[in-house]
Design a protein around this ligand. Sequence first.
Ligand code: ADP
Length: 402
Amino acid sequence: MELYPQDFHFLTFLQGVVEICCIRAEQKGIFFLYQPSTQLLSGICADEKRLRQVLINLLVNAIKFTDSGGVTFKVDVISQKTLKKGFTQIKIYKVRFQIEDTGVGIAPQKLDKIFLPFEQVGNIEKQAEGTGLGLAISQRIIAIMGSTIEVQSQKGKESGSTFWFEVELPEAEEWMQTHSIAFQNKVIGFKGEKIKILIVDARWENRSIVINLLEPIGFEVFEASNGEEGLEKATEIQPDLIITDLTMPVMDGLTMTKHLRQLVELQNLVIIASSASVFGIDRQKALDIGCNDFLPKPIQADELLRQLKTQLQLTWIYQNESELTRKLAPVVTEIVIPHASELMTLYEAAQRCDIGDIQAEIHRIKQLDPKYIPFAEQILILTDEFEIEAIAHLLQAHIPTS
Ligand code: ADP
């Protein structure tokens, strides 16, 4: 396995990862809290695809093994150094990625085994839900990046797991300067009538990636998890375009395309085959059977938009930079503030600057209802930073003055 580091926009990258996980957590009814450090850099140099694979693997696992409470994803800059390279200086940041969950936890005797290949427990369905990229591969990727994925876990009453790793990431300063122009040209919509797109893919996370790219631009997006479902949906909704995976259970993408091409009412339908297959022959088979184009996986936003533009003859509407910067603000799960009666003791402890009592109260509030956990986490961060006055102020706003 080799890494191919390239310069890319770090915040947009993280945002993409987070959005996928938010949807999944929401579906499960657990919270998802994203806590990026405010010092995060904009442009970095790394193997974007591999880093995404590792993060998605850890986050998807955390969500998969958590049924109550939720998942917190923290990204922090922990140190910084400068390296001289010829006449230029490169800033290198040590970034810590941490994924905490309040899930089932891992037994101590199993803890050192989970990074071994093929060490999967649980039923087949749960395994199929995964990214297919086990912890063993994630650990190898991070090893090549010069680090290790660490884990701490607890089973029992206060169960949960924390996975983390620290990697050194060089800043891509020059790249950011030249690419700020490209970022001004972010697509936010298209001219003309509504367009329906059907995504046929067995994996929810693959469908989510495309949905996350296309829905904000204004496409109406539908989903199907295999070829047979795809056929039914297509007849029902009459999409303008289908993006389909090739290998799927029940009915594969090629068979579905063959059937679709026999339907008179869907004559103008555009079908794009999408696959991780690196074999030219699969691409050729897809085109021969009637697909209009081929989109390699993992799907790159630029390439997807380019194909949509050509196939559907679209005219894009672009967004300007200031709007973009606003959009890049971190996604944070909605914070639910407990009722004033539950906040009094905490408020009094904050007024006394009694850290021990504050922590005990936060702990109690967390237990009241999982929906208060994001609130409790925020108070904990303030406590860790000794911002007790800020806590008192915050609480004051939610406690009626007598
Ligand atoms: P998969 O998730 O596909 O089963 P992984 O290699 O990603 O494979 O994980 C290996 C095993 O480690 C899982 O089957 C599970 O038993 C355990 N595991 C991983 N992450 C967690 C977690 N966050 N909470 C509990 N168990 C976990």
